[in-house]
Design a binder for this molecule. Sequence first.
Ligand code: KIV
Length: 289
Amino acid sequence: MSTHPEATAKLLTQDLQNMRDAGQKITMITAYSYPQGLIVDQAGVDIILVGDSLGMVELGYPDTVPVTMEEMLMHTKAVTRGVKRAHVVADLPFMSYNISIEQGVTNAGILYQQGRGDSVKFEGGQDFAPLCEAVVKAGIPVFAHIGLTPQTAATMGGFKVQGKSLDAAKKTVDDALALEAAGAFAIILEAIPQQLAQIITETVKIPTIGIGGGPFCSGQVLVFHDLLGLFKRFTPKFVKVYGNFFDQQVEAVGAYLQDVRESRFPGEEHSFNMKAELVEELKKAIGKR
Ligand code: KIV
């Protein structure tokens, strides 16, 4: 599928563009650890996002604002160590690109070069088109993210659906066009009306990936923990939950605790043996009968 010299099956940006052009839906899921990367890659996902949502679902922060470059780098490295096929996108965390173009290019470079993902993502519309252009010029593929941008939700009146008025919808279309012109290879459309997402999808030529953007995007993304029922604090309206793995894990751990307390674990099959004569000799040697 690609001409990558070492990993011939790796999905690159052109493969994703080809899928979009062929009308084939693109699948994307977040992952933050080595086993999560293996699970979603083995399931056959096209894009893995090492999202800064890790701050909430893995690190227990109230939102994505406290996430640091060090945390993003560590989790990106863990995911890329196992993934063979999916295109891996690494999120630039809040304030790692907001100060200047130089700061953004430097941090995109660190995350891309050391994390070993296939592209980077940052949030923002037209104002971030110059940064997008500079990062692409540096040789790093950029995944854009518009609509609701969680890192700056405080300036948007909270976690609310965006682009609902004519002006706001027009600005969202302009954001998408500016980022496409700046060289972004794909765009996340988060929490916008489905009709607006459809218009954007039909207007730009690059893939659009929706999260709360309705069914007409080129593809869809969900947070690993949300779709598997691993995150209980809240579940946004746009999430479809496919499992109840938090409760299943509590149940499995509980069963282990019961087994230990009631001497059912470990059993003979989990234990190692020593020859009976050796046991006797040992007892004699330490003066035990
Ligand atoms: O960090 C993340 O998980 C994201 C998705 C919500 C797109 O940016």
